[in-house]
Design a protein. Structure first.
Length: 407
């Protein structure tokens, strides 16, 4: 990946007549032809997922011999989407239930940003699943537009934005951008945050990153990357004026701190969200080599059914991709991006075994920009990628939409 384009550097402000200044302000909210092309591509991929979901509920029912298909939106109400629905509808500790209750679902493992927004949208959209899909639909559009603009900042080619969007929207775990999960909402904050941080608009970057930390703990990894980008900009000789913005880099810590305080007030445990992850998803700390060995055993040791073994194989493959990405970023001296991906890998790679690493690839925007850069230099790579990604993406979508994601 090349260095940032000159367009990211601030240019001198020239006097302009008032009408012209107003037109420029209005132009910020207009979609360029390239943006409209990205949105058209985004809509087409959403249609393809909805078609897949429609076929899945008819061809792969939960029980054999049924004569009626599941409800239209049922394929999207799977796994973590149910946790978010329960939190939005009932709260974190309904009727005094909690970790001290038998059969507890460990819902405090999930940060409150998405459930709060889901509850707000539900006041307008009565169906809970439809409300969640609407959030992901709008957030996904924002995210893919921001991703295309970030790609254009990194790569000089005109096709960089559309190419990155294609590879991203057809990635193996793209179905999670459409479901009632947090990936789309997180990226709708994280990618614009990174875009404005590259333009050294630190206050706005901090506000957007703070919103991201309310949605996922991954927002703290983004905050670390933005903070490092800030330090590098100061080191590059931008002067003392930039130090005045240093306080903004601490703002993203507020949502996790507030959530920890809330959980402590109700459970007496400052790290209740982390301990819930340990109870429910085997996220107890293990050395990276132990996590790799345990995942390898699950994938190839004959200890799991074929469905679970395949998922563990996908976890290993995604981890290898992530490690290769970090090495490449370090070699290119893209230190902030390397920190962001490395922190994600550390969090995911120090559990008993790997969980959700393939989904995490959606959050690694340097991966999709790097693949786009490779496809622009080597045209054959785009064809090879699509030939491999198309069946894998379809199969992953089907496993999720039919409730078979975790094996």
């Amino acid at each position: 990946m090349s260095t940032l384009s000159p367009g990211l550097r601030p240019s001198p402000v020239r006097p302009a007549p008032e009408p012209r200044a107003a037109e420029l302000r209005l132009a910020r909210f207009r979609l360029a032809p390239a943006d409209r092309g990205i949105l058209w591509l985004y809509l087409l991929t959403r249609v393809s997922l909805w078609i897949t979901a429609h076929f899945a509920r008819w061809l792969f029912p939960a029980q054999s011999g049924v004569r009626e298909a599941a409800p239209v939106l049922a394929p999207f109400q799977q796994w973590d989407a149910n946790h978010y629905l329960h939190i939005a509808r009932d709260g974190y500790f309904p009727a005094g239930a909690g970790p001290w209750t038998s059969g507890w679902d460990n819902r405090e493992a999930f940060f409150p940003g998405y459930p709060l927004l889901l509850r707000a949208v539900h006041t307008v959209v009565p169906h809970w699943t439809a409300a969640g899909l609407l959030i992901s639909f709008v957030a996904g559009a924002v995210a893919v537009l921001a991703l295309a603009r970030v790609a254009r900042a990194y790569l000089p080619e005109d096709a960089a934005g559309p190419r990155t969007a294609v590879l991203f929207l057809l990635s193996p775990c793209a179905v999670f951008l459409a479901a009632g999960y947090t990936e789309a909402l997180f990226l709708a904050f994280a990618l614009p945050a990174w875009l404005v941080a590259m333009k050294h608009r630190w206050a706005l970057a901090a506000v957007l990153t703070t919103s991201a930390t309310a949605v996922r703990v991954s927002g703290l990894f983004l905050a670390a990357a933005v903070g490092l980008l800030f330090l590098l900009s100061v080191r590059a000789g931008e002067g003392r004026r930039r130090w005045r913005a240093a306080g903004w880099t601490l703002l993203p810590a507020l949502p996790p701190a507030a959530y920890s305080w809330y959980l402590h007030a109700r459970t007496g445990d400052w790290m209740a969200w982390k301990h819930a992850q340990e109870r429910g998803w085997y996220r107890t700390f293990h050395a990276p080599w132990e996590a790799w060995a345990n995942t390898w055993t699950g994938a190839f040791g004959g200890t799991q059914s074929t469905g679970y073994a395949f998922m563990f194989q996908a976890e290993l493959a995604a981890m290898v991709v992530g490690l290769a990405l970090v090495v490449l970023l370090v070699r290119r001296r893209r230190w902030p991006e390397a920190v962001y991906v490395a922190l994600s890998l550390w969090a995911l790679g120090t559990s008993y075994w790997y969980t959700s690493v393939p989904r995490a690839t959606l959050l690694w925007w340097p991966l999709w920009i790097g693949l786009a850069a490779l496809s622009l230099r080597r045209p054959w790579f785009r064809t090879a990628y699509l030939c491999v990604a198309a069946p894998v993406t379809t199969l992953v979508a089907l496993t999720f939409l039919t409730g078979r994601w975790a094996g």
